[in-house]
Design a protein around this ligand. Sequence first.
Ligand code: NAD
Length: 365
Amino acid sequence: MEEKKYKIAVFPGDGIGPEIIREALKVIRVISESSGVTFEIEKGLVGGGACDQHGEPLPEKSLSMALGSDAVLLGAVGGPKWESLPHHLKPERALLGLRKRLGLFANLRPVVAFKELLDASPLKSNVINDIDIMIIRELTGDAYFGQPRGIIMEKGLRIGINTIIYSEEEIRRIVRVAFEAAIKRRKSLVSVDKANVLESSQLWRDVATEVGHDFPDVELRHMYVDNCAMQLIWRPSQFDVIVTGNMFGDILSDEASMLTGSIGMLPSASLGQKTAMYEPIHGSAPDIAGRNIANPLATILSVAMMLRYSFGMLREAKIIEDAIRAVLKDGFRTGDIYREGTLLVGTEEMGNEIVKKLKALLKPV
Ligand code: NAD
């Protein structure tokens, strides 16, 4: 049988990035040993570290590493050290550059409340019980890329400009991804916009409705973003798949992360034409970096998404998720999800516990 081999470009990044990626790599190693699939890991620099060493957040070498890989795994970038750099040199530009160059237009953010963590959410457990939401955020358009942009001078005063812009094709392809996801789930899709105020949102709503004609089995609802922000807290279990633009998706998915108890629990996949990118939704958390207290589970869950979406290793992806559930059931918690009566562990110890459980679950029966 032909040996399966995949190349993964790994960018640990800044802040807690290297700590959480270290634990994710342990998981990849165990999966490789048990499945016989070879993962060729190539590590590169992006973000603040790349600025320090190469004077730019996304050096050519890292970009070609990403372009030549089968999947990209990223920690997080940014931090106070680089905040005063000019806009085009800021670490976060590396993310935008990777998304643009890899053509990653669809960001998938599953929001699943682990039963074991119901008490870690600030919301009442009866509100978040059973939530299983897939937020699909458009990633390459909207105000984050629209032109014109900048800060200009007019009559001696500064004016900040950004442009919210979406073409029909851009809306159509992301909404189609969302319908296709919904059809494999509970067949319910909420498209989020601000069509009462924004023309770009009116077009979004029209195109979403048109695409919906091709998916008669999926129930499509339109919701204004302000209402959605409220509904997510009030009745989150009503949502199956949510699709929205870049900026609304950015904000709503962070809000939704609190349903699960911590931003440290949420993975993401960014899909495009070929190479996909996987990363936790949180940032580089400079406030806790280097202290072995960051939660590595969002990154490990991102590895599960990588196995599922890029390599078709559905069994292994599920086993990683089962291992996480089992470790949480045993009571292990990093600081962000810790409650009295549970066992407080550090980043590394949490990774080791997952590895132990994984090895047990992967044993042939
Ligand atoms: P953040 O997500 O880094 O942190 C927000 C809060 O959540 C902090 O209190 C942090 O300690 C906590 N937190 C985050 N991840 C955690 C984890 N795994 N375990 C435990 N606690 C965790 O957001 P921020 O503070 O607004 O941004 C910090 C830096 O990260 C900024 O430079 C920002 O631009 C950057 N950022 C990068 C990405 C990315 O790389 N994808 C995303 C968002 C923000």
